[in-house]
Write a protein that binds this ligand. Structure first.
Ligand code: SF4
Length: 335
């Protein structure tokens, strides 16, 4: 059967005075119901633009989806009208952003805002019923004493509680897919864990698919079923979360994991910096920073995704081409 979300060869570019920024440049990924796919990369890797392209939240212009398809539950999102897209956003697809502040309106009580979200997608729900459901949602996301707090304003809640409220709003329409962009980055570590556990619970309860955008491998370890590693607008490696941590194969993924002394470490310890996405390097986009680069890496296109072992683990690296010798990257013992 078709995955819940299927992105194929997505290219989202931005037309600027300095040239065309190829922010997302041929990305493919799938998300099934009940599955969490983490898209990992440094800032500038294109992970957020990938997430925003799913429901076409990118400003068009200057942004433009120049190629590829995004299919959600069998429908082509790239061909939808603005009206259809609006119904999809906050409907069958919910969004959770990094900053809960921006998602909540300071002027209205949280109860009013969740009720609005409920009634937007269930026109038949009367005020009283919507209010009951709002209380139930607040309760489910772990707001203590929801019945008495429903008429409080956003500023009366802590940052972690606000993010719970945003999750409650995102759940108001019973979405099939949640897109979460760095949802815990602004929160302290303990609250972060609580929110991630909450997302796991929500997923189990509602069989929701989740696309989680993060730079934090600690978050990946906590929530991911599968991982997609992005670099300069391209997918470098993808696979099951255990495979990615136990058997990282792309030189970039290996570098990311090597500079991870503890949880929540940022990916800044790799030498060099992200290449320009206005005039990206030929060949493999990682070649200027790659210790294993050979002549072939500097010419032509990004290498295709080559399978590593069996299953769906794949890497975009010449050393994994059939017949090539991956031990150049992996070491003689294959690790
Ligand atoms: Fe490094 Fe070449 Fe592999 Fe790219 S294709 S990761 S440059 S070895």
């Amino acid at each position: 059967t078709e995955p819940l979300l299927s992105i194929r060869n997505l290219k989202t570019h931005f037309h600027t005075d300095e040239g065309t920024v190829r922010a997302v440049d041929g990305v493919s990924l799938d998300v099934d119901r009940g599955e969490t796919v983490c898209v990992v990369g440094e800032s500038g890797s294109g992970k957020t633009v990938t997430a925003e392209s799913i429901t076409r939240l990118i400003p068009e212009p200057p942004g433009e989806i120049v190629d590829g398809t995004v299919r959600f539950d069998g429908e082509d999102v790239t061909a939808m009208s603005e009206k259809q897209l609006e119904a999809l956003r906050g409907g069958r697809i919910g969004h959770i952003f990094q900053n809960p502040q921006g998602a909540l309106n300071p002027v209205y009580t949280v109860g009013w805002q969740i009720r609005e979200a409920i009634q937007l997608h269930d026109k038949k729900a009367k005020d009283k019923e919507a209010r009951e459901r709002a209380i139930d949602l607040l309760d489910r996301v772990g707001i203590p004493d929801a019945t008495s707090r429903i008429d409080d304003y956003p500023h009366e809640f802590s940052g972690g509680m606000k993010q719970r409220i945003v999750i409650a709003m995102a759940l108001a329409s019973n979405p099939d897919l949640l897109i979460a962009d760095e949802p815990t980055t602004a929160l302290d570590v303990t609250i972060q864990m609580q929110i991630l556990r909450l997302l796991n619970q929500v997923q189990e309860e509602f069989n929701t698919g989740i696309v989680m955008i993060t730079h934090d491998l600690g978050v990946v370890a906590e929530v991911a079923d599968r991982v997609v590693v992005m670099y300069a607008g391209k997918v470098m490696e993808e696979g099951d979360v255990y495979e990615i941590f136990e058997n990282p194969s792309h030189p970039y993924t290996r570098a990311l994991l090597e500079c991870l002394p503890g949880r929540g470490e940022k990916m800044s310890a790799i030498g060099g910096s992200l290449p320009s996405t206005t005039s990206p390097p030929d060949g493999c986009r990682f070649h200027p920073r790659c210790p294993y680069a050979v002549g072939d890496c500097e010419i032509g296109e990004q290498p295709p995704m080559y399978a590593v072992d069996d299953g769906d683990h794949a890497v975009s690296c010449v050393h994994f081409e059939p017949g090539a010798d991956p031990s150049v990257v992996l070491g003689e013992d294959g690790s």
